[in-house]
Design a protein around this ligand. Structure first.
Ligand SMILES: [Zn+2]
Length: 234
């Protein structure tokens, strides 16, 4: 499928892989990619399954697992034709993001998945980063000045052949994602997509703490969506 708007074009297809794994953090990017993946799954042969993997690290806060579960359940209920081809999502707790990535690679090497899909986006162009104070604290290898391949067929990780990796959003930035929420009317999922890295879980594991508005992820979300986490008002 081809998705295009004023911020770029993404041609999304995981080709003939039978057991792709989508890393679903529950943020705005991976929530969009899950929605696109369910549409794509409808066009695939019946023996194709979509595996959804959510990693939980202490830095991200366990509450994200619960907010993203609400989106996962709601979204799947909208795709009854493929519901039986999406196993319950795999949730894994690890101390660091790197350990989660390693675990996903090992599961691919064990044959549990045949492809890893990540919703990682690029940083916006330099002038947009200047305008929105996004140069500070950014992850520099996400800069769009260095276009990357969406497919990596034999990447190595810690010297081991990690298997195919697919990052369809690697050359678009979050403004593309925000435009998709508008074009596909995905706003019903927005308030459960958590980007702020400084929020912590509350007793009811619900979204009841305000995003900080200062961390890099808050600034990026504001740049793209014009608002912070949880601030969409129908
Ligand atoms: Zn924040």
């Amino acid at each position: 499928m081809i998705i295009t708007n004023q911020y770029g074009t993404v041609e999304y297809d995981w080709k003939d892989y039978k057991n792709p794994m989508l890393s679903f953090s529950g943020g705005a990017d991976s929530t969009l990619l899950l929605w696109l993946s369910l549409q794509l799954l409808e066009t695939k042969p019946k023996d194709v399954t979509l595996n959804v993997f959510t990693g939980v690290t202490p830095a991200k806060g366990k509450f994200k697992q619960f907010t993203s579960q609400e989106n996962f359940d709601k979204m799947l209920s909208e795709f009854p034709q493929v519901r039986d081809r999406v196993p319950d999502r795999h949730i894994m707790y690890n101390d660091t993001q790197e350990a989660l990535g390693d675990r996903q690679i090992y599961m691919q090497m064990e044959g549990i998945y045949d492809l890893r899909i990540y919703a990682l986006t690029a940083n916006p162009p330099h002038e947009i980063m200047v305008e929105h104070d996004l140069l500070r604290d950014r992850v520099e290898h996400r800069d769009i000045e260095h276009p990357k391949r969406e497919w990596a067929l034999l990447p190595f990780c810690h010297g081991l052949p990690a298997g195919p990796l697919y990052q369809p959003f690697i050359n678009i930035d979050k403004r593309f994602v925000a435009q998709c929420y508008e074009d596909f009317d995905l706003w019903r999922f927005y308030n459960n997509t958590i980007s702020c890295e400084r929020m912590r879980e509350t007793d009811d594991m619900k979204f009841s703490e305000d995003p900080c508005g200062r961390c890099w992820w808050c600034r990026e979300k504001k740049m793209a969506f014009g608002m912070l986490d949880g601030q969409y008002k129908p």
